[in-house]
Write a protein that binds this ligand. Sequence first.
Ligand code: SF4
Length: 271
Amino acid sequence: MPPATSRTAGKHSKASAAATSKSRKKGLVKDAAGTAASSGAARKRKQRTASPKTPGRGSKPDVEAILRGLKQAYPAAECALVHHNAWQLLVATILSAQCTDARVNMVTPELFKRHPTIADMAAMPPEALEPEIRSTGFYRNKAKSVTGAARAIMDKFGGKVPETMEDLLTLPGVARKTANVVLGVWFKKAEGVVVDTHVQRVSQRLELTRATQPQKIEQDLMKLLPRQEWILFSHLLIAHGRKLCVARRPKCRECPIEKLCYAPDKTWSSH
Ligand code: SF4
C-alpha cells in the first residue's frame, strides 16, 4: 500500500481534528449540561436535607431555648416517686411500669412498712408479694422482678443496690429506664436519659428525635443535650407531658415553649 501523501495525511488530520473538535464541543455541551443537571440535583438534595434557616417543621430544634422555657415553667421538677433510699426507688420504678406514679405512691408506703429491708423481700416468694402490689397492674411479673432483684442484690452485691449501669442491668426486671432513674435520681450519676412515655411523646413533638424505640430516642437525646442536663431534662419533659403536653389534645395555648414547637398535632399555634 502506497504511503499516504502529505496531502492525504493532511486531509486525514484535518478531518480528525474537526471530529475531535466536534466531539469535544459535544462533550463540553454534554459536560455542561451534566454539570448543570447534577448541580441542580445537588441543590434540590441540599434543599431537602439542610435545615431550613427559618424555623419550622424540620428545622433544627433550639434545645437551649426549650430547656430554658421548661426550667422556668417547672422549677421544682423532680422524680415523683416517693422513696427514702436506692432500694425503695428501685422497687417504686419497677412498679411504675404501665402505671401512674400516684398509684405507686399509694402502694409503696405500706409495702415498705411490712418489708423494710432488701433481705425481707429477698426471702419472699413472688406469690406472697402479688396481692400487695396488685393495683399497680402486671403484678405477677412485677412481683417476680422485685423479689428476684432483691435476691440478686443479696447474692451478688452484698445487700447494696449497685451503682453502675452495667451491674443494675443484671438485676431481674431492670432495663435502662429503671437503671437511669436509680442512677440519676439517687446516685446523681448521669449515665443516660430516662425515656418514659412522656419523654418519648414530648421529644417527638419537639423534633428532638424521629426514633420510636426508647433506646434510640435515648441515644438521640444524649447526643443533643449537654450531659449535665440529662437528669433534669427527663424530669422537665415528664412534668410538661403530665401538665400540658398530654397525649390527646395537648394544651398548646398554655404551653411556654409553643413558639418552638411545630408538632403536627398541635391544638393551637401562634405561627
Ligand atoms: S406546643 Fe403543644 S404539642 Fe408543642 S410542646 Fe407545647 S403542648 Fe406540646
